[in-house]
Design a protein around this ligand. Structure first.
Ligand code: NAD
Ligand code: USQ
Length: 476
């Protein structure tokens, strides 16, 4: 069975590779431990962006005339923050943002996400550099070091060794298998998703308890933990009156994939750990993230973030924009009335900083809903079509059979005031952002493989094993 993969051996193979690689971590850590260069604090770094290579692309010209710059300051006061999953989409942007803001940052990642892409024949639309090249370029441009610990948080020995070297004051945990479709490909990936996510998070909880009990854990949860109930969604907890008695209880959870369910299990475990071991934990129930550029990642092409468009890792708005740019009809699943919370990646990084700067109280898990706006899938598709027209794109929208088992028309009203109360100033989704995202997608459109766009699997078809033919996921 050519191209067949197994999640468990992969994890073990990764672990072995990383056990070796992690031996290099002390050196990286020692170098980084020298600290943030004082000369770079409070400055503004400016570099010329790359020269356009595609003369036909309007987008490329626009990009090439910009002079990206980033503000460096010391507001983080050198606070040590470990970013688990720091090579990923949200983690990479966050690591750079925190470094720019004067936190002492180290990334921990086993790079398994890059491996899954290779196994499935996927690739980011944007060409992402290796994590080593990324952090080296960041240091070259800003003078700021980011530590690197390459390894698997499910390997407690590795986690312990790295933890004791860095001794974080806060840990931001992005390091999970985060795709709902991936978790529904087959039994192996369902099991892998839950083992990877749940046991990794328990290991982090134990590391905090054993080595730095005052370390604040900022954990990425998801709005999808709540499902689509026919009542308003609160921020984590619900006041309940039942048979004449009152209590405040965790909001009922209704995950819609084995991935979303893994986040629910994490939340339950974290509530327990916070209470039992008197830890500081914040669970951020994040909505769907869109966009690719932040101030920091736009500084140089080596720092560019990933932009997924395939049907397994690509998410709604990012996929729609890329589909428009490559002249593929926008793939609305079913009726398109599915409504979700969304946010710009520039707001993701700010939310994380706000969460770090406002730690949870000891003993009770804090929950904040991290999204800025609600949209239905149809609304997003319509917006992309409208903004594409002036760019010369004749955007078509199509309804494809929904691969998921989900409500396609439903009530949805979720609260999101806690991060706003802490000072979040959202970048609301408007024509300008869609326009700039479309231009990035147009710039890299030649890298798009159209065959990866239509759904590769469906929830009902998730079986015991799935055969991979060549590099494409066969549909059941
Ligand atoms: P991503 O796949 O781009 O990044 C996750 C990173 O974690 C990858 O680099 C991967 O290699 C690493 N990782 C996974 N398992 C690991 C392990 N056992 N040990 C060490 N590293 C490991 O995902 P993302 O889009 O950046 O999402 C980050 C987090 O935010 C996830 O927890 C996800 O559930 C959550 N989230 C994402 C979105 C979104 O729209 N992208 C929305 C809501 C919540
Ligand atoms: N959808 C389409 N067409 C597409 C892709 C998606 O109509 O081409 C629909 C889906 O059916 C779904 C909605 O858009 O109703 C959102 O799907 P998605 O793939 O954008 O997001 P989802 O699978 O929920 O997962 C993503 C991230 C995950 C995160 C979650 C936040 O991959 O890590 O947890 O967004 S939330 O949705 O709030 O749970």
């Amino acid at each position: 069975m050519r191209g067949s993969v197994s999640a468990k051996p992969v994890a073990r193979q990764q672990q072995r590779a990383h056990a070796k690689m992690s031996a290099a971590a002390p050196r990286a850590s020692q170098a980084r431990a020298m600290g943030v260069g004082a000369a770079s604090l409070g400055s503004r770094v400016q570099v010329a962006s790359r020269v356009a290579s595609s003369p036909s692309s309007v987008a490329t010209k626009a990009v090439a005339t910009e002079k990206p710059s980033v503000t460096l300051n010391a507001s983080g006061k050198g606070k040590k923050v470990l970013v688990i999953g720091g090579d990923g989409y949200c983690g990479w942007a966050t690591a750079l943002h925190l470094s720019a803001q004067g936190y002492e940052v180290a990334i921990m990642d086993n790079l398994v996400r890059r491996l899954w892409d290779q196994q499935l024949g996927y690739d980011s639309l944007t060409p992402i550099a290796s994590i080593q090249k990324r952090v080296a370029k960041w240091k070259e441009l800003t003078g700021r070091e980011i530590g690197l610990y390459i390894g698997d948080i499910c390997d407690f020995e590795f986690l312990t060794e790295a933890w004791k070297q860095f001794m974080p004051e806060a840990v931001v945990h992005f390091g999970e298998q985060r795709s709902a479709p991936y978790s529904m490909l087959d039994r192996e990936r369902a099991v892998f998703t839950q083992v990877n996510n749940v046991s990794g998070t328990i290991n982090v909880l134990y590391a905090i308890k054993e080595f730095s009990p005052d370390c604040h854990m900022v954990k990425l949860g998801t709005m999808g933990e709540y499902g689509t109930p026919n009542i308003d969604i609160e921020e984590g907890y619900l006041d309940v009156e039942h048979n004449g008695r009152k209590d405040t209880l965790p909001y009922p959870k209704q995950g819609n994939s084995f991935y979303h369910l893994s986040k629910i299990h994490d939340s339950t475990n974290m509530i327990f750990a916070a209470k039992t071991w008197k830890l500081r934990i914040t669970d951020l129930n994040q909505g769907v993230v869109y966009g690719v550029k932040t101030e920091e990642t736009a500084l140089d092409e080596t720092l560019i973030n990933r932009l997924d468009y395939d049907s397994v890792f690509g998410t709604a708005l990012n996929r729609f924009v890329i589909q428009a740019a490559v002249d593929h009809p926008i793939t609305v699943y079913g009726k398109g009335g599915q409504t979700r919370g969304f946010l710009d990646i520039r707001d993701t990084v700010r939310c994380i900083r706000l969460a770090i700067d406002n730690p949870a109280d000891v003993g009770a898990m804090k929950v904040m809903n991290q999204f800025t706006e609600l949209f239905s899938v149809n609304e997003l598709a319509g917006l992309v079509k409208k903004v594409g027209a002036p760019l010369g794109l004749d955007v078509k929208i199509t309804s494809v059979p929904n691969p998921r088992i989900e409500a396609e028309e439903h009530y949805y009203n979720a609260k999101n005031s806690k991060l706003l109360d802490l000072g979040l100033e959202p970048h609301y989704l408007g024509d300008a952002l869609v326009d700039s995202l479309l231009k990035v997608a147009m710039e890299y459109k030649d890298r798009c493989d159209h065959e990866l766009i239509l759904p590769a699997n469906n929830w009902g078809g998730s079986g015991v094993s799935r055969h991979f033919v060549g590099q494409k996921v066969a549909s059941a």
